[in-house]
Ligand binder design. Sequence first.
Ligand code: WT7
Length: 631
Amino acid sequence: MKFQLSTIEAYNEAYALSLENPSLFWSTIAEHYVWQKKWDTVLEWNFDEPRVEWFKGAKLNITENCIDRHIAERGDQTALIWEPNDPQAAYKKFTYRQLLREVSIMANVLKSIGVQKGDRVCIYMPMIPELAFAVLACARIGAIHSVVFAGFSASSIADRINDSSCAFVITTDGMYRGAKQMPVKSVVDEAVVHCPSVQKIAVINHLNWPTDMQSGRDIWYHEAASHVADSCPAEPMDAEDPLFILYTSGSTGKPKGVVHTCGGYMVYAGYSFANVFQYRDKEVFWCTADIGWVTGHSYILYGPLLNGATTMMFEGIPTYPDAGRFWQVIDKHHVNVFYTAPTAIRSLMASGIDHVLPYNLHSLRVLGSVGEPINEEAWQWYHTHIGKERCPVVDTWWQTETGGIMISALAGITPLKPAHAGLPLPGIQPILVDAEGKEIVGNDVEGYLCIRHPWPSILRTTYGDHERCRINYFATYKQLYFTGDGARRDADGHYRIIGRVDDVINVSGHRFGTAEIENAINQNKAVIESAVVGYPHDIKGQGIYAYVILADHREASDAMRDAIIETLVEQIGRIAKPDKIQFVSGLPKTRSGKIMRRILRKVAEGEFQSLGDTTTLLDPLIVEEIKAGAL
Ligand code: WT7
């Protein structure tokens, strides 16, 4: 069986084998990688505990598969293209040989400041090459990276550092965001005041920003780098040793640290990349996500590099200096495969075709979408104006917890349907269930989306709290992994993802728990209580709608609104700015004190007619007030 499937028959055959004998299927795929020692067992699992172990007994290092193994054949091929924020500034290219050197130097610097195998390292950085080096350097020495997106606040960084007791942080002096420059290291300084575990902070000089360095704790990366060797052996790792932690929001409590392990994650990231995008040798692949999210982990770094690809990293934003920036970069670097999010497509679509026309997009062969359902209009615009109707658009459904793409067309191989993710990848067994967990069989049906059998990159735990992992994903329906999404399976067996069915909202492809946002708002002293829901937003997919009760209702004002936004920016980060804040004197609660979110959702959606039964409310009149004040 081939690693890359190139016909529909090959897909059908692979899928059938993966159903019939998953262990045989995945061990055949795993043979395509370099292992220092092969596995004793392919898979041991049960979803009750849950316990999932792939390739037990095997030894490997993912960076040997991402870099070293390519040196002989493609040492001088570009591994990484870095396009800076400023289109006039020089871009950078790193060959596989240069990448090996940079990662080794970073790895040796980490060792020199005391990082050891198993240590957790927090990485809080903008999209510069050193971010890629830092991630891979951790993997090289067996340290567990925990990348925190640079749009999160000091308070969010502190929570994440403390949850996994990171002793080390890698960061930069500052960063660009479009025309703006912003501090980064000072945000980390503010965070680590609350982090007793942190011993050392390595700082990359990106902007020559005036930076306070605490002696004994903080080091400049460039100074340390000049004292270390430029080669570093790859640490032998057990297949089930953790590779990274990535925090993501759930329906309850604080964000949780999803844990992925070395062997299974490697096998799936590389396999899914090769097949979904049908990547061809020498092509330029560009995923516009930030490495702070799982999309960047799997499809800027690990997936492409495992396949010896040329992968691009972009420091900028889609609208700077103007809304043509993505298309200009595709033209400039002859990008062949382009992978972005519906929110970006919708916003660029709104800026008009004049931003697209000046650029030559002939290099494009495949387009991808990820992060939220792509509406038909955006799909068609992407297909017509960017892909010029020549390029398959793959709508890839997956999650931080799944590690890699689960349901998607394979470009040019399996049939495409606008706004449908399509068919599962080989090895993935989706199932739809009803509220009682009963399987919904047949086609043209709708239900809760679950997965039946483990795949190699399924999350193994949530850091420090295995019980939470069990309850969140494995306890809702017996013997199934529950995704939190609702889905439709159409007459042809293609899946269409409808959206979250839990209290998670997806704003511009960023995931938030409504409880998490409420807790943050409630930190503002003027606030007694709040309730947050998502509502349909033309560009962002969903917007954040907050109902807020103030201690003194007379204070309801624009200034108070700004103060609440400020609280959210401080507590979570600039990505959590609410779109609408409605001040209310009460919330619709049942007699047992439960907020009836259904009503709040309807009002936020502008649907005042079908509010359903409100007679069980403690105070039915409050609904009238809320309707009257709706934004
Ligand atoms: C949630 C996961 C790993 C992808 C980046 C986001 C939604 C993701 C799609 C898609 C419809 C999608 C789901 C999922 N989602 N991709 N192609 N179509 N919905 O990762 O932050 O872990 O969020 O994003 O609701 O559960 P994430």
